[in-house]
Design a protein. Structure first.
Length: 94
C-alpha cells in the first residue's frame, strides 16, 4: 500500500496596499491563519482573521480597508472652494 501526500494550499490573499497581513505560513498551506489590519486612516471591512481550510478555501472573504480620513477630504474641498482660506487661517495639509 502506498501513502499519497497532497499538499493543500489556499490562494494568495488578494488585498489592497492599505491592508496589512501577517500569516502563520508563507506558503498558505492548510491551517494557515492570516491576521489583517488597516494602515492609519483606514477602517477594516470584513473579518480580521482567516484560516485556510482543508478544501483549499479561506474561511471567509478577504477584508478591505476603507478610508476614514474625512476631515482631510473636507479641508481639501474647503481650500478648493475658498483658495485664500489657508493664508487667512494659516492651514497646512500634510
Amino acid at each position: 500500500m502506498f501513502d499519497i501526500h497532497v499538499e493543500i494550499t489556499c490562494p494568495e490573499p488578494k488585498i489592497g496596499k492599505e491592508v496589512l497581513q501577517l500569516c502563520t505560513h508563507w506558503d498558505m498551506r492548510y491551517r494557515t491563519v492570516c491576521d489583517f489590519e488597516c494602515r492609519p486612516g483606514y477602517s477594516l471591512i470584513g473579518h480580521s482573521k482567516l484560516m485556510c481550510l482543508r478544501n483549499g478555501q479561506w474561511t471567509n472573504s478577504f477584508p478591505v480597508c476603507k478610508g476614514t480620513d474625512f476631515l482631510r477630504y473636507n479641508w481639501m474641498l474647503l481650500l478648493r472652494l475658498f483658495p485664500n482660506f489657508s493664508t487667512v487661517c494659516n492651514v497646512t495639509l500634510v
